[in-house]
Write a protein that binds this ligand. Structure first.
Ligand code: PMP
Length: 385
């Protein structure tokens, strides 16, 4: 059958396969990035007007756009509601931005490691991915400068706050320095911050786009991690030179984001009950983060290194003696433990063995010790082979 050229580039998603295996009730899954089930708030549809069921505007509901813009301005992002595009999950921003910029061979700049589904989207459209390694306080500035001196990427895709997969957060100084570099080389920034509100401390970390003076930018956010992923309500905010193009692409993709989800989002955003829910969420996740840290110290202290994440959903383990973690996964699943192999998050998997992404939001604290004990056993056995 004659499918499009790009379909050949579509790799099967390792995540989907792992999540399917992790569905078995006996499996302790550190693999996904799902919000914890007990923390999904109960929502009511009682006061929803019937007119919400009508077709809506491609831009999104005006009141929701206003609420999103207000929240972004409070973070230091200079924007008006007219720059907000409500999306079917922030994932849709990756699709629209890919369509806007990427032809076969278009260069884009990414962190290594980076978000798997972003990589898939960019590669589907044929991007050449330039990568810059991450350090404990953010992207490696020297390598970034070197890349920009030689290449002119269509945009840089960065996840500066509790990155997926590494859990790392850029320091304030690095945020400013990255913005200065992108301005200097005239590179557009695509900044993705789904985990910003899942924060356990109060360190000042304004979005990188708020430091830009010249470059165009697109800022992505979502209600998936703090409210309900099933609502599929996310958004992008774009500079006025980019917004009309993204709006047209949105229109062509799905006319508009579902209004029922948008209506629900609006009941929460900026409300007192949302503020209280966020506080409860942070305490809940922090407790799980602490439980995982303790269990890791006990079982992985001598075989891996990691940083304590200050928010988000993930630990990122680097094995001192690297093994192919895709092979490791099969052995772990046989012991009813799931995790995400680090290779999946790299453009060059073969050159980056030995990393594991561990989600700390899903498994109950009292079971984490047992899960990580089994996983450590599997690692040790694999290292002996
Ligand atoms: N970006 C990153 C870095 C993510 O981790 C996710 C969710 N896994 C998304 C974007 C997309 O989230 P959503 O479409 O639910 O808003």
């Amino acid at each position: 059958m004659a499918f499009s050229e790009r379909v050949d580039r579509l790799k099967s998603s390792l995540i989907r396969e792992i999540l399917a295996a992790a569905q078995r009730p006996e499996v302790m899954s550190f693999a996904g990035g799902l919000p914890a089930e007990p923390m999904l708030p109960e929502v009511s549809w009682e006061r929803m007007p019937a007119s919400i069921g009508q077709y809506g505007m491609s831009e999104g509901e005006p009141a929701l756009r206003e609420a999103i813009a207000e929240q972004a301005r409070a973070l230091g992002v200079p924007c008006a509601a007219s720059q907000v595009l409500v999306l079917s999950g922030s994932q849709q921003a990756l699709d629209l931005v890919s369509k806007l910029y990427i032809d076969k061979g278009t260069e884009v700049l990414l962190e290594a490691p980076t978000y798997l589904a972003a990589l898939q989207s960019f590669q589907l459209f044929g991007a050449d991915c330039l990568t810059v390694p991450l350090q404990a306080d953010g992207i490696d500035l020297q390598v970034l400068r070197a890349r920009l001196q030689r290449h002119k990427p269509a945009f840089a895709y960065l996840i500066p706050t509790f990155q997926n997969p590494s859990g790392m957060r850029y320091s304030a100084a690095k945020r400013e320095a990255v913005a200065a570099l992108l301005d200097e080389f005239g590179v557009t920034l695509l900044e993705d911050e789904p985990y910003r509100d899942l924060v356990f401390d109060e360190v000042e970390a304004r979005p990188v786009v708020s430091h830009l003076r010249k470059s165009s930018w697109i800022y992505m956010g979502t209600l998936s991690k703090t409210l309900l992923p099933g609502l599929r309500v996310g958004y992008l905010i774009a500079t006025p030179d980019l917004f009309p193009h993204l709006l047209r692409l949105k229109q062509a993709a799905d006319l508009h984001t579902n209004r029922i989800g948008q209506w629900q989002a609006l009941q929460w955003l900026g409300s007192e009950h949302y503020r209280q829910h966020l506080q409860a969420l942070r305490l809940f996740y922090r407790e799980r983060r602490d439980a995982m840290q303790l269990a890791l110290e006990e079982h992985f202290g001598d075989i891996a290194q990691w940083h304590l994440p200050q928010g988000g959903l993930f630990f990122w383990l680097a094995l001192k003696q690297p093994v192919d973690t895709r092979v490791l996964l099969q052995a772990a699943l046989a012991r009813n433990v799931a995790f995400m192999p680090g290779e999946a998050f790299f453009v060059e998997p073969e050159r980056n063995p030995g990393y594991l992404r561990l989600n700390f939001s899903h498994v109950a604290p009292e079971r984490m010790g047992e899960g990580l004990r089994r996983l450590a056993e599997v690692v040790r056995a694999e290292q002996k082979v």
